[in-house]
Design a binder for this molecule. Structure first.
Ligand code: ADP
Length: 475
């Protein structure tokens, strides 16, 4: 028996499923984080734009009220409260020249964007830009909005808070994800190892089973889950294998028994002639003929048995053979011929054969003539074989709806209730029939032939009273 080498750790289902879980988890987490990050970024942008717009509105009120001169003080006050490095205010003319500004050296590199100034004046709506200034760690958001007669308010604000918040989110997400990833790998590893340990139990049981330990079974828990169903299926398979092995043993025993009898007889015949020959060298030719005849008879029995076995196998595994030889046959004529063939044997045994056919009925069916003849011959042969002298065998053919029913009954020995369920099995022979000639294959072959014609065969019997076989074939 060959067995595969134990699979490596990285080939195990547990390892692969854990990897899959971890990969799925990472993908889902990244998608969730990206969605959250984008929505946070959008809200922060909106917040800073709203702040800048509010400030512009506040200062534009002063300009509209003709108090532009107060802007200088206002700008200084605002920058002191928010932080000189965080915000910058400037009042410009339409050409971008600074009129008033919070005038911080820190913002000296900020050059107003003339295109945006032009667009703000033209469209009368605020224009935004985000720029990176030299010496600034964070980016800067700038608003340009026109106030009154072609003047522009410029406010620039460092995006330190927003960028720090988003960066902090990235750090937190990375750490939390690493932690949860480790936990999920450990968790799924633990769950899968537990689940798979029950599969290992099935595997170990399977590996420990040999033909001598077929009684072993895999333990089934009360959970009734997939693993329990697998264990149950495995146990059922073991039970079926056991039944098959027992049946195989029976068949082997029966074959051995049935081959032994004719071969022993051939040997005895030959042996008796050899010892007779030693004593008397003048053996008459008629005696040789008798000897050969007896040996031929035993050989015929053996060949018959082997042929029946082969035909049975062919019928069981290659049902197509029936379809190749189909022809339209007259069932009534076939039964007449069968009864005629058995008439001499029946007469020898003082048994009456009668055939009762409903003459009104047309009895044509499509069938394999040779096989069907064989099936009926087996039943009639048995009826004669197991009926004592003075008995009778009756064959009846009638039509029932779309089917033909053939009943073959006798008033012979009958079949015991213990034997009745087994008589269609291969090599089964009833106790009484061990003395009669036969192989135990006749009825198995008959059943296969009838079923290959999509028909059915059944039996009723009472020990000591007789037996009735009923064959039903579709018209
Ligand atoms: P066999 O070669 O022994 O006749 P079969 O397969 O034809 O084998 O039949 C199987 C068994 O069924 C027989 O051994 C016999 O015990 C029983 N049997 C079949 N037909 C009859 C019958 N008409 N009367 C009594 N027993 C029968």
């Amino acid at each position: 028996m060959s067995s595969r080498p134990t699979s490596k750790f990285y080939q195990s289902v547990v390892f692969r499923l854990t990897l899959w879980y971890a990969a799925i988890f990472i993908v889902i987490s990244i998608i969730a984080f990206v969605a959250f990050y984008m929505s946070l970024e959008k809200n922060l942008n909106k917040r800073s734009r709203t702040f800048l717009q509010d400030k512009v509105e506040e200062f534009s009120k002063l300009v509209m009220a003709g108090k532009a001169g107060m802007l200088n003080d206002e700008f200084r006050r605002e920058t002191q409260s928010i932080g000189v490095n965080n915000v910058y205010y400037s009042f410009l003319d339409a050409g971008g020249r600074t009129l008033i500004s919070s005038n911080s050296l820190h913002w000296a590199n900020l050059k107003p964007n003339k295109d945006l100034i032009r667009m703000a004046v033209r469209d009368k709506k605020p224009m935004f830009e985000v720029v990176k200034l030299p010496h600034f760690r964070h980016k800067v958001r700038i608003i340009y909005d026109s106030v009154g007669s072609g003047k522009i308010l410029l406010i620039a604000m460092g995006l330190k808070y927003e960028e720090n918040l988003l960066y902090g989110m990235q750090i937190i997400f990375t750490r939390v994800m690493l932690l949860i990833l480790c936990l999920s790998i450990l968790g799924s590893w633990w769950i899968l190892t537990r689940a798979m340990s029950r599969v290992s139990t099935v595997t170990n049981t399977a590996m420990s089973i040999s033909s001598k330990t077929l009684d072993r079974r895999v333990p089934v828990s009360s959970r009734a889950d997939e693993i329990d169903r697998l264990a149950e299926a495995f146990n059922n398979m073991l039970a079926r294998i056991r039944t098959l092995i027992n049946a195989l043993k029976d068949v082997t025993d029966n074959i051995a028994h049935d081959l032994k009898t004719p071969i022993t007889r051939i040997r005895l015949i030959a042996e008796s002639r050899v010892s007779n020959g030693e004593e008397n060298t003048n053996i008459a030719p008629s005696e040789y003929q008798e000897l050969s005849g007896a040996i031929i008879e035993e050989c015929d029995k053996l060949i018959g048995m082997i042929n029946s076995s082969l035909e049975l196998r062919a019928l069981e595994y290659d049902r197509g053979i029936v379809n190749r030889n189909l022809s339209r046959i007259n069932l009534s004529e076939m039964l007449h011929q069968a009864c005629d063939i058995f008439q001499p044997v029946a007469e020898d045994n003082e048994i009456t054969i009668t055939l009762d056919v409903d003459s009104e009925v047309e009895c044509f069916i499509r069938a394999d003539k040779d096989l069907l003849q064989r099936a009926f011959a087996n039943i009639i042969d048995n009826a004669i074989k197991y009926t004592a002298s003075g008995g009778m065998v009756r064959v009846v053919l009638k039509r029932k709806g779309d089917s033909f029913v053939v009943e073959i009954s006798d008033n012979g020995a009958g079949i015991s209730q213990e034997s009745l369920p087994h008589i269609f099995e291969k090599f089964y022979r009833g106790d009484l029939s061990r003395s009669a000639c036969g192989s135990g294959l006749g009825l198995a072959l008959t059943k296969s032939i009838i079923e290959a014609h999509r028909g059915s065969v059944s039996v009723e019997s009472q020990e000591g009273k007789g037996t009735k076989f009923t064959v039903v074939l579709s018209a």
